[in-house]
Ligand binder design. Structure first.
Ligand code: ADP
Length: 403
């Protein structure tokens, strides 16, 4: 008998990540395949694994075979169809970086919605076009398959207006210069896990640290975002692999007016050359920096810890105290050393760490007498997208919620 699957797509400028989830009779989602096409337009390579981690494919392609996101979608689609012949595709869920002020929840895509998403390209010019290219490519090939857009910004839309503002003349706010916040699908997933893993703090004041190559923190009050460290773009807040985090805007004026950087050079500097990579001069990868004995590698790690701790302090102030903390994403999930260094600096908040539990990876890594309970919870943005997609298809909420 045919079973139904949901495809989740996360399209970037040079890579296309995808996951397939099978929907069982009870409506539960089981991961079947996870993979990615890297090196689109440069050195295309398709890799995919099954749910137990067994490699299913590892193939190189030529640039002419995979020059664009659309080509990558075609190739991945062909590979998946051959592999999953007896499954029927229910819907495709996309990670879309920007939902602007209009979208505070996922939305079923139609022509009108697609146009609205295109109008948001100026807010996320480096990411949104690739997300939309994937949607368009699937629409052209399989127009009958429902597609759902799930936004990185949506989870934060309900934050208080004070967290949405910059102290600029009001017309800029009206024109969309706002603190949108990102990593919303990750934070939302964590809020769905808290009642199961850490029920005592699920309704309380929680700071979630999503520390990956991209990194941000979110202050949750009863599972809702009240503030976060990224703002108008994913550049603000804590330092990241190649992005600087918070930067005095005067530095940007200096770089353009005095140093003569063009806007393209500035963009490259801020998105690709700064952060851990820029400071260390060695790597954007925390693992490499932690193994290095170079003084600038050590300084980069210290900077990361210092400014993450500083932002935790700021969010703790916004929340008026903290009941729990959660670490997630690459560094948050896998680096006991970084967690320990951050948590030791948070002792003033009432955090006491259980060293052995931290080394084991939790889930609870605070000691029994800690005033703040601390958790390691692996994020799963793909599953969050699949859940949203299934819910929209089941409830037929065509058009979704548009404010
Ligand atoms: P992205 O933001 O690209 O989704 P991830 O959440 O996958 O990133 O995190 C990737 C980062 O996690 C890597 O760049 C690496 O620095 C870090 N990382 C992964 N494993 C470890 C580890 N064991 N120790 C320290 N850092 C790690």
């Amino acid at each position: 008998m045919n079973s139904s699957i949901i495809l989740v797509v996360n399209a970037g400028s040079s890579s296309l990540k995808f996951s397939v989830f099978r929907v069982d009779d009870a409506g539960n989602l089981q991961l079947v395949v996870r993979g990615q096409m890297d090196g689109i337009g440069t050195r295309p390579c398709l890799k995919a694994r099954n749910s137990t981690g067994t490699m299913l494919v590892e193939s190189d392609f030529t640039i002419s075979e995979v020059a664009t996101v659309g080509d990558a979608i075609s190739l991945v689609g062909t590979w998946l169809r051959e592999r999953l012949q007896h499954e029927s595709l229910l819907a495709v869920g996309h990670r879309v970086v920007h939902g602007g002020t209009q979208f505070s929840s996922p939305v079923l895509i139609n022509t009108e919605i697609h146009t609205m998403l295109e109008q948001l390209i100026p807010l996320a010019p480096l990411h949104q076009p690739h997300n939309l290219a994937a949607i368009r490519a699937i629409r052209e090939k399989q127009p009958q398959v429902p597609q759902v857009a799930c936004f990185d910004t949506a989870f934060h839309r309900a934050h208080p207006q004070i967290a949405d503002l910059y102290a600029l003349p009001w017309e800029y706010y009206e024109s969309g210069v706002r603190r949108y916040g990102f990593h919303g699908l990750s934070y939302e997933y964590i809020t769905t896990m808290l009642p199961k893993i850490a029920p005592k703090i699920a309704d309380g004041r929680v700071i979630v640290a999503h520390l990956g190559n991209g990194a941000s923190l979110c202050a949750l009050q009863a599972g809702k975002s009240v503030d976060s460290t990224m703002g108008f773009s994913p550049l603000d807040g804590v330092p990241m692999g190649t992005r600087p985090g918070a930067l005095d805007p005067g530095v940007l004026l200096h770089l353009t007016n005095q140093c003569g950087l063009s806007s393209a050079e500035l963009e490259k500097l801020l998105y690709q050359e700064s952060g851990l990579l820029g400071l260390s001069g060695i790597s954007n990868d925390m693992r490499i920096l932690l193994e290095s004995h170079e003084s600038r590698a050590e300084l980069a790690v210290e900077y990361f810890v210092h400014y993450t701790v500083k932002q935790i302090g700021a969010l703790a102030a916004v929340l008026g105290g903290v009941d729990g903390m959660v670490f997630t994403a690459g560094i948050g999930e896998h680096s006991p050393v970084i967690r320990e260094r951050i948590l030791q600096a948070c002792a003033w908040l009432g955090v006491s760490i259980d060293a052995a539990a931290n080394v084991r990876g939790g889930p609870c890594i605070s000691s029994a007498d800690s005033r703040v309970s601390v958790w390691v919870i692996p994020t799963n943005e793909e599953l969050m997208i699949a859940r949203h997609t299934l819910a929209l298809i089941n409830h037929g909420k065509g058009g979704g919620q548009v404010e």
